[in-house]
Ligand binder design. Sequence first.
Ligand code: KG4
Ligand code: ZN
Length: 363
Amino acid sequence: MDRTPIFLGLETSCDDTAAAVVRAPAGDGAGPGEVMASVVLGQAELHAAFGGVVPEIAARAHAEKLDLAVEAALGRAGVGLRDLDGIAVTSGPGLIGGLLAGVMLARGLAAATGLPLVGVNHLAAHALTPRLTDGIAFPYLLLLVSGGHAQFLAVEGPGSFRRLGGTIDDAPGEAFDKVAKLLGLPQPGGPAVEACAAAGRAGRFALPRPLLDRPGCELSFSGLKTAVLRARDATVAAAGGLAAADVADLAAGFQAAVVEVLAEKTRRALALAPAPVLAVAGGVAANRAVRAALQAAATAAGARFVAPPPALCTDNGAIVAWAGIERWRAGLADPADLVARPRWPLDAGAPALVGGGRRGAKG
Ligand code: KG4
Ligand code: ZN
């Protein structure tokens, strides 16, 4: 091949309708790749009135907007369908209606163009992002922290992930979103809580550090969220309402608890599976306090710390296109009748984790 391959990537697994065009590095290089264009059409305003993602509304919006996102991505990248070398699509895990919208469009595009079709696991797309952005080599340790997932993964190849631990109940992004809701802050809750926490005193409320008293690197966030609710209600009962300073202190206390737990469990994961690089991915990796604590944990363990830019930490099509390129180069393209898999654990060998969140089982 006299030029480097270009992939289109589609993402519709939750509440972002996204398409992107990514150029692979020369040769069979590990990266970095070039994000030629990335278009993300969020649905936050459609779900705002319901306090969470409504699957039927999400599915309809994906079906309406995905072709527009594809057109915009191709236009911004300055390429046509005939310039592409493959089509990648998130085929699971996620909400079935959204996954179907993406998989069906990808199948249609692949059939019309004759291009290879690659179904991508959404978690694998997050997990491989540090290679797209920084070109790091396998193996590395990844902490994936998003709205639907939390897990420590030893990433050993484009299709090889070993789970060291994960959440037994809520995902951390889900906890940020729920805490935002109970503090009257807007959705998505992560950025809102982070902004509010900047003005707060983290030490004012005594909040728990879930599972720090137990060995290993399993995580839990549901009890912490309930503790914030109790502290809020106690403050309202004592003062007759919640002042802006109370909201800031609760946000700061919650964020500090999440950060402390993630940092300590990361230290344990690095001790369990020493790696030259600690990488972080998923929407919660956009949080500056989380990043700073993980950076410190990596440095203490003698590992390099890699955190993709926030726009590539949250859901987007570029990380899907990249994972598609990696799978395709490893000979892992899919047949034309690729199907959506709403439940699709990354590490099929690991025991299932207890609990289910907005994306279903956290496996
Ligand atoms: O990876 P992502 O875009 O979607 C999922 O696959 O879940 O992650 C979205 C999640 C949301 O829960 C959002 O509140 C959280 O990531 N998030 C943050 C921040 N930015 C986004 N959480 C904490 N701090 C942030 N700055
Ligand atoms: Zn995601």
